[in-house]
Design a protein around this ligand. Structure first.
Ligand SMILES: NC(=O)c1ccc[n+]([C@@H]2O[C@H](COP(=O)([O-])OP(=O)(O)OC[C@H]3O[C@@H](n4cnc5c(N)ncnc54)[C@H](OP(=O)(O)O)[C@@H]3O)[C@@H](O)[C@H]2O)c1
Length: 270
């Protein structure tokens, strides 16, 4: 059964577009989606490409929706909320995807005890393969988390967590695509060094990461067990793994996630 809510977007950028595509793929009617986007060309593009409604301003989104997705850049939020304070109500669920802004910060300027959930998605959401973590605000209703989870499952995998863990999520899956891309670049460069054509090396590297991730998710086995299956005694893979262990590959990855988590925590305090 498609979701029967009326969805509104404040901000019509990349993430909003990914969610719009997810909602439409999930069977939501285009007439149930409205977006407020200040750049006229972008607003027209979204309207004609997806057949959805374009709002004159953010207030129209609030007035005509029951789920409002806050998809502007975090630094813009301070100029957006003062214009909405007289029309927000508990009939609305706000879903914020703004990186680093807590549910308490969203709730604070409003007299009304607004319902908020917060989501940390990542860029593969743009191809409907995102990884998102979701948490609830102080005044959200019991069904709000579940509704948010259903929405974000339309653009990938979604996990419900405590808000205090969202910095770790930022360090892992938020920044993760950049780590994976760095790994992919290194893997394909390595192939080129060994004589493979650039295009073939990149294709092999990307498909290897994609296929291995799928194998892991579908088999539900521990990565160590799957690795053992492809590591024959005295073979090629153990020779390669030995070098990764010698150079501290795993420790480096753990340090990277830790550094990004701490940075997210720091930025959240500012
Ligand atoms: N992209 C990611 O991977 C990712 C991951 C996690 C979280 N997020 C969060 O998702 C949010 C959106 O990211 P994004 O990548 O989609 O950014 P984006 O492409 O820059 O989208 C933001 C959109 O909001 C519009 N906007 C600016 N001021 C506005 C206003 N007053 N009212 C309504 N719309 C306004 C912008 O229009 P103009 O361009 O004309 O200013 C732009 O189209 C951000 O808060 C980000 O932190 C993104």
């Amino acid at each position: 059964m498609p979701l029967s809510n009326k969805f509104g977007f404040i901000g019509g950028g990349n993430m909003a577009e990914a969610l719009i595509r997810g909602l439409l793929a999930g069977g939501v009617s285009p007439t149930a989606i409205i977006v407020s986007e200040p750049a006229p060309e972008r607003s027209d593009f979204l309207k004609t490409r997806y057949n959805i409604r374009a709002a004159a301003d953010n207030r129209e989104v609030i007035a005509t929706s029951d789920v409002v997705i806050l998809a502007v850049k975090p630094q813009v939020w301070g100029s957006v909320h003062p214009l909405l304070s007289d029309i927000v109500s508990r009939d609305l669920l706000f879903i914020t995807i703004m990186a680093g802004i807590s549910t308490a910060t969203i709730e604070a300027p409003f007299v009304e005890k607004i319902r908020v959930t917060r989501v940390m998605p990542n860029t593969p959401a743009l191809v409907l393969e995102g990884a998102s973590a979701i948490c609830a605000g102080l005044h959200s209703l019991p069904g709000d988390l579940e509704l948010t989870r259903k929405i974000f499952q339309l653009i990938g995998k979604a996990y419900v967590l405590d808000e205090k863990l969202l910095d770790a999520v930022t360090g892992l899956s938020g920044s993760g695509p950049a780590y994976v891309l760095t790994f992919l670049e290194a893997l394909s460069d390595a192939g080129v060094k060994q004589g493979l054509p650039r295009e073939v090396a990149l294709g092999l590297a990307a498909q290897t990461v994609l296929g291995t991730a799928r194998l892991l998710l579908e088999s539900r086995e521990h990565p160590a067990l799957l690795r053992e299956k492809v590591t024959s005694p005295g073979g090629t893979t153990i020779a390669g793994l030995h070098v990764l262990e010698q150079r501290g590959f795993r420790g480096t990855v753990m340090d990277a996630v830790e550094a990004a988590t701490l940075r997210s925590r720091e930025l959240g305090k500012q």
